[in-house]
Design a protein around this ligand. Structure first.
Ligand code: EPZ
Length: 421
């Protein structure tokens, strides 16, 4: 198992290029199942979760050609409509094949995702939405068996569906399913994340009729068929936010390229509140900080509010900022797994339900810590960058799921990070 060895204390300086968004690429790769001709993507990051999704689609019969960040997917001859437990347990986002399989082929057998480190993460809203469109869904032996064979023309029927929780992949699954349904679907209380908008933009290029993406009401007028298209994946705002925090915490100056600042309003506001200087260009963001940052209160909520995927990173910032901060997680019920690990580094954090109270300390001291989930592991890297001495992070396969060439990017900025087996 690989580990990351970090020698703390270096200020980060320089430029890095942000990769394509993992959480936009995953649904968009699955959208290839909807099209009868090839979907050609660019800015597809080299990440484990992307590899997993490509493997899953390949197992279904999608012909895939991948070269660097370019991926072409041809779903003209899909032979299998199944996502097995072995595939889904390694990546819960595999659930995103359910909507497209049902919409295009009228048949899908997808394993229920188990829970995960950050929470139970059910998919009941995905299922209820598809049932609202007429799908017959039977759950047995840990699998979702879905079919539209009983419906007129064997097609999903447009419906109005209110999601009683904001769900990102739920909105994405239902938007993809509705694209080929008979009639019009209205998704209410839809997720507004930029990755939902990027998927909608790609589907529209494929011939879908979608309006309202980015608002909480998305209207999809079903069409007979979808075709392939060319699409460049939107930048990864969470990767960008993670490096912005790294620049601020280490008291350096870093310019991020290939990032659109309007995707990160809440994060930029919090960094400025903490005392960092954030300068915005058309496709770049520069973060500069000197001296101690100020502790900032964080409360996560659906976009455009502060993103839950940046909570752990700001927790790291608060551990060495001056003052006391409250960090409240409202999306997932167990997204404080990084707290105990940070305490091993000397952080002063107390948890009360879904709120953590973080008292800034003068220094963190390096130690061996364990990554538990993707963003928690990123927060431990940030803490290691400022801790005195060496920090060894175990189980960094979590990091490889969501951060492309992490140690190369950090070392290019002057960090001292080594991958050790
Ligand atoms: C997406 O997960 C992201 N993953 C997550 O990023 C992100 O943290 C999350 O959205 C919230 O922004 C991808 O896009 C692949 P949700 P998702 O459905 O869609 C509950 C990362 O680090 N819920 O928006 O699975 C759920 O339990 C990952 O890249 C139901 O109850 O999250 C949670 O409490 C981590 N029933 C809340 O809603 C459902 O049917 C939000 O979940 C669906 C969700």
């Amino acid at each position: 198992m690989d580990k990351l060895l970090i020698k703390g204390g270096n200020r980060l300086h320089g430029e890095i290029t942000i990769s394509g968004a993992k959480n936009a690429a995953l649904p968009i790769l699955c959208a290839s199942l909807l099209a009868e001709t090839p979907l050609n993507l660019s800015s597809v990051a080299a990440l484990k979760d992307i590899d997993t999704t490509i493997k899953l689609l390949g197992m279904m019969g999608v012909k895939i050609d991948r070269n660097a960040d370019k991926v072409s997917l041809d779903a003209s001859e899909v032979a299998s409509f199944e996502a097995t437990y072995e595939m889904v347990k390694t990546m819960r986002a595999s659930i995103l094949v359910l909507g497209p399989l049902l919409a295009r082929f009228g048949n899908a057998r997808v394993s229920l995702p188990g829970g995960c480190a950050i929470g139970s993460r059910p998919v009941d809203l995905h299922i209820k939405g598809l049932q609202a469109m007429g799908a017959a869904i039977h759950i047995a032996h840990g699998y979702i068996q879905a079919s539209t064979l009983h419906l007129p023309n064997r097609r999903l029927q447009g419906a109005r569906y209110y999601m009683d929780m904001v769900t990102v992949t739920g909105t994405e699954n239902l938007m993809m399913a509705a694209s080929l349904a008979q009639g019009t679907t209205v998704l209410e209380n839809a997720a507004k994340e930029p990755e939902v908008v990027d998927l909608a933009n790609c589907l529209i290029k494929m011939g879908a009729k979608i309006s309202g993406a980015g608002t909480d009401v998305i209207t999809i007028e079903g069409v007979e068929r979808l075709r392939g298209a060319d699409h460049n994946i939107v930048c990864d705002r969470i990767e960008a936010g993670t490096y912005m925090v790294a620049a601020a915490m280490t008291g350096g100056e870093v310019k991020l390229l290939n990032v659109q600042a309007h995707l990160l309003d809440a994060v930029i506001e919090k960094l400025r509140e903490a005392g960092a200087i954030v300068t915005v260009g058309t496709d770049s963001i520069t973060v500069k900080a000197e001296g101690k940052l100020k502790a900032v209160n964080i409360r996560t909520a659906p976009h455009p509010a502060f993103p839950t995927d940046m909570q752990a990173q700001f927790m790291a910032l608060n551990t060495v900022a001056s003052g006391v901060a409250k960090v409240t997680e409202t999306i997932f019920e167990n997204r404080f797994m990084h707290v105990q690990e940070m305490q091993r580094l000397g952080a002063d954090i107390g948890i009360d339900g879904n709120t953590a109270l973080v008292k800034g300390v003068e220094f963190l001291d390096g130690a061996t810590v364990m990554a538990t989930d993707l963003r928690a592991s990123a927060s431990l890297v940030l803490a290691g960058l400022v801790a005195r001495g060496e920090t060894l992070i175990e189980r960094i396969y979590h990091l490889d799921r969501g951060y492309e060439h992490l140690e190369a990017k950090l070392n290019a900025l002057g960090a001292n990070v080594q991958r050790v087996s």
